[in-house]
Write a protein that binds this ligand. Structure first.
Ligand SMILES: NC(=O)c1ccc[n+]([C@@H]2O[C@H](COP(=O)([O-])OP(=O)(O)OC[C@H]3O[C@@H](n4cnc5c(N)ncnc54)[C@H](O)[C@@H]3O)[C@@H](O)[C@H]2O)c1
Length: 415
């Protein structure tokens, strides 16, 4: 939901982040001028039909006011415009349902928005000209990804086999519906119902992408299934069922996309893990094992892709979808998750990772409810004894256990 202009300006008036900090005139002196300008700009915006997220239009508005106001006020207007543009960008990223609150894990994050941070305004990220493939994009998180990617100018391939939550069945209409929606909004999209858990499906998806759009810049491996079993009940076939989608999906699609990205000397790959695989959750043996395997795959793709300009990262998303009731029975938790974790709050991370300005690779990001955090596997300084014995380990276990003063090992390169 976009914030209406008057609301945003009211916020700017009340807040301090958009006000000039190093100006010789006292802040109070600006208040009447701000009120007047807020009204003026809101009227102009309405007259011109300016969309909130359009940074260029906001800047143009700023210049008009600049020419009409005294110098000090004009300077202040520009700051206001930039602040508004930034706020609007954030609001625009969650078009359907902004988060109502923060989840337990993300609440631990420090609050952003220091004066220094607020004064840095990033140009609106555009993905114009890029081709993005998202697997499992017919619903849930993947759908939010393609919608935002298309909104930011990417041409998208909406892949979805249309299975039930456990990975059985097929419905080709799911992907088609999302591609239709994007086209109806003026975006470029094509649907594909390949089963990415098979090598043929991976080849088909990428082959069609190249045929349709001529290139592939971004491959988001998002397709997934859920509804695992406790370890004591899970057979190797059950593990295989999960591996084929969560690990096989990326293997099949990346294998097909790799030669094109190598030839382009450019490409971005995003894999999907889960806190369930990284940190554990009762009853999720098959799902967790497959989700952790994805991180191992990322490590190697990042190393082997670097020399070809291919960047590979992993996202650990959290957004309320049909997977939540399939994995968790507690109604209170489900209700809270539904209210606080919209899938739209994860999609901005995908757009940022896809952008030219993002040069990260070999990273894992947890993204949920307005928070993004890097997850790292680190090593504590530990205990060293050249004559290590079982007894010396037992005696020094506190040092073994501690990760204070940790390091984060890079790729293991022997020789
Ligand atoms: N929702 C969360 O909070 C959460 C948390 C951690 C990880 N994840 C991961 O994020 C991804 C998306 O999950 P979601 O919650 O949006 O699930 P979802 O069930 O809403 O969507 C997944 C989509 O993948 C499709 N799919 C399944 N198997 C496929 C195959 N072989 N080929 C092509 N498409 C296939 C399904 O038809 C479905 O539309 C999954 O990988 C999931 O494991 C989700």
């Amino acid at each position: 939901m976009l914030l209406p202009f008057p609301t945003v300006f009211l916020q700017c008036r009340r807040g301090s982040s958009s006000e000039p900090r190093k100006h010789s005139t006292p802040r109070e002196a600006y208040r009447p001028a701000m009120a007047e300008q807020a009204g003026r700009i809101a009227r102009l915006a309405k007259k011109w039909g300016v969309k909130g997220g359009d940074l260029r239009a906001l800047r143009a508005l700023g210049r008009v006011c600049q020419s009409e106001c005294p110098r000090d006020r004009a300077r202040f207007n520009v700051r206001l415009f930039l602040a508004v543009a930034k706020r609007e960008q954030v609001a625009e990223s969650w078009p359907r349902r902004p988060c109502a609150g923060r989840s337990r894990r993300s609440r631990a994050l420090p609050r952003s928005g220091s004066p220094q941070e607020d004064s840095k305004i990033t140009e609106r990220i555009s993905l114009e000209g890029k081709v993005a493939v998202v697997t499992g994009a017919g619903r849930g998180l993947g759908r939010a990804y393609v919608e935002l990617l298309a909104e930011r100018g990417a041409r998208v391939v909406v892949n979805d086999l249309g299975t039930n939550v456990s990975g059985f069945g097929k419905d080709s209409g799911i992907a088609e519906e999302v591609a239709d929606l994007i086209r109806s909004r003026g975006g470029e999209a094509t649907a594909n119902d390949s089963d990415v858990s098979t090598p043929q499906g991976g080849r088909d998806l990428i082959g069609r992408t190249i045929k349709h759009f001529g290139r592939i810049d971004l491959l988001v491996n998002n397709a997934g299934i859920c509804g695992s079993k406790p370890f004591k009940d899970a057979t190797l076939d059950d593990f295989d069922h999960y591996w084929r989608v969560h690990l096989g999906g990326p293997v099949n699609t990346v294998k097909a996309a790799w030669p094109h990205m190598v030839a382009q000397r450019h490409g971005k790959i995003i894999l999907t893990t889960s806190v369930v695989g990284l940190f554990g959750m009762r009853g999720q043996a098959t799902y967790a094992a497959a989700k952790s395997a994805v991180v191992g795959l990322m490590r190697i793709l990042a190393i082997e892709g670097a020399e070809h300009g291919i960047l590979v990262n992993t996202i650990s998303p959290n957004g309320y979808t049909r997977m939540h009731p399939a994995a968790v029975a507690d109604p209170a938790w489900l209700k809270q998750s539904e209210a606080t974790m919209p899938v739209e709050a994860v999609a901005p991370a995908i757009v940022w990772l896809a952008s030219d300005g993002c040069l990260e690779t070999n990273r894992i990001y947890n993204v949920e409810a307005g928070a993004i955090q890097r997850i790292a596997i680190v090593m504590g300084p530990g205990f060293y004894d050249p004559y290590l014995t079982p007894e010396s380990i037992a005696e020094n276990y506190a040092k073994v256990e501690s990760i204070e003063g940790f390091s984060e090992p890079g790729p293991f390169e022997p020789g």
